[in-house]
Design a protein around this ligand. Sequence first.
Ligand code: BTX
Length: 313
Amino acid sequence: MDRTDQIILEQIEDKTVSGEKLSKLTGISRVAVWKRIKKLEDLGYRIKHSSEGYRLIERTPYLLPVEIKRALKTGYIGKNYIFFDQIDSTNMYAKSNDLPDGTVVLAENQTKGKGRKGRRWISSKGKGLYFSIVIKRNYPLNDLMKLSLLFPYAVKEAIKDYLENQIKIKWPNDLYINNRKFAGFLIETEIEGNEINRIIAGIGININNEPEEFGDIKDTATSLKIEEGKTFCRKELFCRVLETIEKSLDKFSSLDLTDEIEKDLLWKGENIRILDEGIEGRLIGLDRSGGLKVLTEKGVLTVYSGDISVRKI
Ligand code: BTX
C-alpha cells in the first residue's frame, strides 16, 4: 500500500467522497482511483460504492502495516514491522535476517510453523496471531529461563481482561484455558560467552480458530473463540500484547516474574511427570530463576531445561 492508497483511505474514512474529488486530491485519473479502490477491497477493506462516490464501511481484518502503525502504542517493539500474507515460519525468517532490535515479523498464515523440538505449530490463515519478536540486547545467560517465561506472562497479562475464563501457564511456556492449549512460545537465542545477545521470541496465539482447524489435536488445542464463544478483534489483542511485552521487558530486572507466574501455574500442587527425565512428583512451584520445583521421593528437585514437557500422571 502506498501513499496514494493511504490518502484515499483517509478521505473516505468517515464520509462519501466522489471519484472526481479523489482523482484531484491524488493526481491520478478516475479510472486509476477505481482500480485503487478495487485493490483496497482485495486487501479486505469494505467500501460502499454509490452514485455520490466511495465510503469506507469497515477496515480490513488483516494485520497490515498501515493498520498496526495507527493502533500500536509502543516505543520500540513493532516500530519495524514486517508483514507476510504467507510465509514458511516467522521465526525462520527472523533468524535468517539481520533485523533491528524490536522488529516484529507477522504472518497471516505459516506453511511450516515451528513448535519446540521440531514439532509443528498449526497456523490457520487469518485466525490467530503468528509472529516473532527480535530482541537484540544483552542479558546475562543466567536470565535465560526467566526471559523465556516473560513472554507467556506478558501475553496472559495483555489478554486476561478480555476473557471470562482464567488463563493458566503451563511450565515452561504454554498458555492454557480449561486444560487446553491456546498459545505456544518458541524462544530461540543467540549466546556468546556468558551473554545472550539476540532473542527471537516466536509466539502463536489461537484467537478465532474453529475446532475443526486443529484436526487430530482438537481435544488438546483450543482458541479464545472456542472458549469464550465470541469473535475477537485480532488487531486490538495484537497491539495490547506487543505493548505489554515491551512494558514487561522494560521492567524485567525489577519484575517478580516467578511470583507472578506461580499464581497462575497450571497443575500447581498436583502430581506431575516430567517426560524424558523420568521424574515424578508434586509440582510445588518455581525457584527464583524460573526452574520448576518438584517434590519427589528423593526430596525437592529443580528442573531448568526449557525443553521439558509436564503431564498430569
Ligand atoms: P510446542 O512444541 O510446545 O507445541 C507444539 C505442539 O502443540 C504440537 O506437537 C501439537 O501437539 C500442538 N499444537 C500444534 N499447533 C497447535 C496450535 N495451533 N494450538 C495448540 N496446540 C498446537 C510451541 O511449541 C511453540 C509454538 C510457537 C509458534 C510460533 S508461531 C510464530 C512463530 N513462528 C514459528 O514458526 N513458530 C512460532
